[in-house]
Design a protein around this ligand. Structure first.
Ligand code: G5P
Ligand code: MG
Length: 228
């Protein structure tokens, strides 16, 4: 059932494959007034469009490395400004950005100028052995960011997006080798980032082996803190 909300500015953070995109889609369905931005989706759209940024991003993504803090922060802040999210009582969530302390500081400074600081950060805590099994079976619809898994949430028609019927693709970074590098990057960056948000008192953690276990915990957090 859809629910009303006070303005929510949420960051979902978690390891590659922990279910950030999956939880985002479910939250948007549950709370239709929330909108979302995924840094990875924005980059994949740039790659698909063949822009100069996309060409650069492609090299980083396919090798499992993070883009520079300055570049990704500029992309996201421009996106937030274009949507006028910082100057309104909009409710929104970020998936995959910030993921370094430097990115968090740059974002804090920008949001602070608009009195629109993040007011909730949720860490999705999913065991790594569970995550590894998911990636081989992932397919995505790049224009929308919709994500499928051949066993967990398969498309209704094999190889096609449920809504548009357009073809699904594999991500270039969903190979065993690159996924290992992405996990390593996550382990390297996550602790300082968690410390950063713990200090501001807005950090929560939800734990579980499946997205079905995690989702009700997320809904509870959002409803308790922001429900009307
Ligand atoms: P992304 O795109 O941000 P990651 O690595 O952070 O990529 P990813 O892989 O997109 O995160 P996710 O969104 O957390 O994972 O997970 P998901 O897609 O929802 O779920 C994974 C799979 O599991 C799906 O197939 C889903 O259907 C399935 N699934 C979900 N729940 C369950 C379940 O309960 N059971 C089962 N069996 N399956 C399930 O970033 C990509 C790259 O972009 C650059 C970097 O190069 C990065 O590596 N980038 C940045 N660089 C610098 N700074 C930033 N802020 C950057 N952001 C992106
Ligand atoms: Mg994702």
């Amino acid at each position: 059932m859809a629910s009303a909300l006070r303005p929510l500015r949420l960051l979902l953070l978690g390891a590659p494959g922990s279910g950030k995109g999956t939880q985002t889609a479910r939250l948007l369905k549950q709370f239709p007034q929330i909108e979302s931005v995924s840094s990875g989706d924005l980059l994949r759209q740039q790659i698909k469009a063949g822009t100069p940024l996309g060409q650069k991003a492609s090299l980083y993504i396919s090798s499992g490395k993070l883009l520079s803090d300055e570049l990704i922060t500029k992309l996201i802040i421009t996106n937030l400004s274009n949507r006028k999210w910082m100057n309104s009582s909009a409710s929104w969530l970020l998936d995959g950005f910030p993921r370094t302390v430097k990115q968090a500081e740059l974002l804090d400074a920008e949001l602070g100028r608009h009195s629109a600081q993040l007011n909730l950060v949720v860490q999705l805590d999913v065991p790594e052995n569970v995550i590894l099994e998911r990636i081989e079976n992932r397919y995505v619809h790049v224009p929308s960011g919709r994500v499928y898994n051949l066993t967990y949430n398969p498309p209704r028609v094999p190889g096609k997006d449920d809504i548009t019927g357009e073809p699904l693709t594999k991500r270039s970074d969903d190979t065993y080798e690159v996924f290992g590098k992405r996990l390593k990057e996550y382990r390297r960056t996550v602790t300082p980032l968690i410390d950063h948000y713990a200090k501001s008192g807005i950090l929560e953690k939800v734990t579980g082996e499946t997205s079905d276990i995690i989702f009700p915990q997320l809904v509870k957090l959002v409803s308790e803190k922001f429900g009307e």
